[in-house]
Design a protein around this ligand. Structure first.
Ligand SMILES: *[C@@H]1O[C@H](CO)[C@@H](O)[C@H](O)[C@H]1NC(C)=O
Ligand SMILES: *[C@@H]1O[C@H](CO)[C@@H](O)[C@H](O)[C@H]1NC(C)=O
Ligand SMILES: *[C@@H]1O[C@H](CO)[C@@H](O)[C@H](O)[C@H]1NC(C)=O
Ligand SMILES: *[C@@H]1O[C@H](CO)[C@@H](O)[C@H](O)[C@H]1NC(C)=O
Ligand SMILES: *[C@@H]1O[C@H](CO)[C@@H](O)[C@H](O)[C@H]1NC(C)=O
Ligand SMILES: *[C@@H]1O[C@H](CO)[C@@H](O)[C@H](O)[C@H]1NC(C)=O
Ligand SMILES: *[C@@H]1O[C@H](CO)[C@@H](O)[C@H](O)[C@H]1NC(C)=O
Ligand SMILES: *[C@@H]1O[C@H](CO)[C@@H](O)[C@H](O)[C@H]1NC(C)=O
Ligand SMILES: *[C@@H]1O[C@H](CO)[C@@H](O)[C@H](O)[C@H]1NC(C)=O
Ligand SMILES: *[C@@H]1O[C@H](CO)[C@@H](O)[C@H](O)[C@H]1NC(C)=O
Ligand SMILES: *[C@@H]1O[C@H](CO)[C@@H](O)[C@H](O)[C@H]1NC(C)=O
Ligand SMILES: *[C@@H]1O[C@H](CO)[C@@H](O)[C@H](O)[C@H]1NC(C)=O
Length: 419
């Protein structure tokens, strides 16, 4: 036993000597050809210098390998410009709880004043978690700190995939995300499959803002086989998202699939086009699918205020879903979203919503409301369809409300209130 530990100490000392100038504390990296393997620190100190060093050494035509161990992440990370790389995560990345550090240092996402703990990007990247590689955001401290405050400044997105083309992320687990779990921006041709996301507060505080994934300026993104347990949008395509496919997934609590919010920036022209969510099971979600834009009049500034944006959202399909006790409605459109308590101006948005379809689907909603559509008087919504009147979905009783405002030529349903 004694000789084992002194031998491993001398091996460790060699590695430390080699790499000491780069990072005196924390984990170490051993490089064999193009494979960089990161050993975590033995005493719980920050592993980010070692991780960044591994990406620097092996982030082109190589592999970055994490062992089945816990790595402490105490600083922001930028690992961009990767090429032909495999990232193999078999352990847990555990984010530190120094909330004032993160609030002061998290990296700007470039939209909505949001920020992130890790910006990751490149081409031909494969990030594999084998079903057990885990991101643990230590989110409870954030849920308690925010305590229901929306978009607390500097509260970091766990992982932001930026400027990335041709990449696959698979078998990853995200537990207790600090804020949004993932964001995808300026990216194309990405598959994210077999994800497990669970942000659940144990103290009764809100898990608002724990979105599963938000997309911006991105095209051809596929989410397949996701489990999301959270208190906000499961997946939300936002500004300039196109050809987004969400398949074979199970969502618990949270808001279901959200299109938007969008239209938050005065006079900015943005769009969302071609989103399909299919084979979705929603357990206790607020909605199956909802579309949300800001009003046409600017009231305050992002992240919690704004409005006055232009553009469109079209060709959006929610089909083959099972609603288990969906609590608000299956289908929802609102064009007067705000997060700062501002009200009114609901008929002012000039952001055009069209061609949105829900169904077929089955299951139950908790109340009497099957759908609630509030389109802007300035740009009524055409092409809104509930396939077969959503006859497979039961409401809680005989009433099946479909509230409408400014719905043009509804397909498959009649409004029960408004028009
Ligand atoms: C942890 O180990 C490193 C060397 O690996 C050392 O420099 C550092 O002081 C240690 N930290 C603590 C808190 O023991
Ligand atoms: C380095 O990699 C080669 C080829 O994969 C392997 O044969 C060798 O055992 C590795 N060396 C060490 C020290 O792990
Ligand atoms: C990781 O290590 C733990 C014990 O440290 C073990 O229980 C677990 O099975 C290992 N996981 C894998 C995938 O090897
Ligand atoms: C959250 O706020 C509520 C009411 O404002 C308060 O009762 C509760 O103690 C707060 N929780 C935490 C963890 O700060
Ligand atoms: C992505 O690329 C754009 C345009 O080249 C650049 O402005 C932006 O800073 C990059 N984002 C990141 C996170 O690297
Ligand atoms: C991404 O893949 C497509 C299809 O295989 C290919 O045409 C394109 O060149 C790739 N893009 C990059 C940046 O490698
Ligand atoms: C979309 O992305 C997938 C990878 O997820 C790729 O296989 C496919 O070729 C891309 N489609 C187009 C039209 O580029
Ligand atoms: C879906 O992902 C989970 C991990 O979250 C995995 O255990 C399961 O095998 C995947 N299902 C399919 C059909 O691949
Ligand atoms: C989510 O996590 C909570 C707390 O760890 C756990 O009780 C719950 O079973 C998990 N939900 C699912 C669907 O895995
Ligand atoms: C949306 O899908 C249609 C039909 O496949 C296609 O013609 C159109 O180019 C797509 N729009 C975008 C922005 O990719
Ligand atoms: C409506 O959207 C569907 C699915 O994206 C598409 O196939 C269809 O062509 C669109 N219809 C119109 C009128 O744009
Ligand atoms: C359905 O959701 C409501 C509201 O969240 C909840 O009170 C009720 O217990 C749920 N019912 C079932 C059967 O889960």
């Amino acid at each position: 036993m004694h000789s084992w530990s002194s031998r491993s100490f001398s091996q460790l000392a060699t590695v430390l000597l080699l790499l000491a100038p780069r990072f005196a504390l924390g984990g170490t990296v051993s490089k064999n050809g193009t494979i960089c393997t990161i050993q975590p620190s033995l005493n719980g100190t920050d592993d980010t210098p070692a991780i960044l060093y591994a990406f620097e050494q092996c982030g082109k035509d190589g592999s970055v390998v994490f062992q089945n161990a816990t790595y402490n992440i105490e600083q922001v990370m930028t690992t961009t410009g990767l090429e032909n790389v495999v990232v193999d995560l078999s352990g847990t990345l555990l984010w530190g709880t120094n909330t004032s550090y993160w609030q002061n240092n998290s990296l700007p996402l470039g939209y909505q004043n949001q920020s992130t703990a890790w910006i990751f990007g490149g081409t031909n990247v494969s990030f594999v978690g084998h079903g057990y590689g885990t991101f643990d955001g230590n989110g409870q401290i954030w849920y308690d700190l925010a305590n229901g405050t929306d978009n607390l400044p500097g509260r970091p997105i766990s992982l932001t995939i930026a400027n990335t083309t041709n990449a696959t992320f698979s078998g990853l687990r995200f537990v207790q995300s600090q804020f949004w779990t993932t964001a995808i921006t300026h990216s194309e041709n990405i598959l994210l499959e077999d994800f497990y996301v669970n942000s659940t507060s144990s103290t009764g505080t809100s898990t608002l803002n724990t979105d599963g994934s938000d997309t911006f300026y991105s095209n051809n993104i596929t989410f397949r086989n996701w489990t999301v347990v959270n208190g906000d949008d499961a997946i939300a395509p936002k500004a300039n998202s196109s050809n987004i496919l969400i398949q074979d997934s199970v969502f618990w609590n949270g808001n279901g699939v959200a299109i938007g919010s969008i239209g938050q920036y005065l006079d900015a022209y943005e769009f969302i086009e071609n989103v399909t969510a299919e084979n979705i099971v929603c357990n206790g979600c607020l909605y199956i699918g909802y579309v949300k834009t800001w009003p046409g009049v600017q009231q305050g500034f992002p992240p919690n205020g704004g409005g006055g944006g232009l553009g469109y959202a079209k060709n959006i399909v929610f089909r083959n879903f099972i609603a288990n006790n969906v609590t608000s409605s299956i289908a929802e459109i609102t064009q007067c979203t705000t997060y700062n308590g501002a009200t009114g101006e609901c008929d002012t948005s000039k952001f055009q919503i069209s061609n949105v379809t829900w169904g077929p689907g089955e299951g139950t909603v908790f109340g009497d409301t099957l759908a609630a559509f509030q389109c802007s008087g300035a740009v009524p919504c055409p092409g809104i369809e509930l396939v077969g009147g959503l006859s497979g979905v039961k409401t809680n009783g005989t009433v099946r409300s479909i509230d409408c405002s400014n719905i043009e030529d509804p397909i498959g349903f009649n409004c029960t209130e408004g028009s």
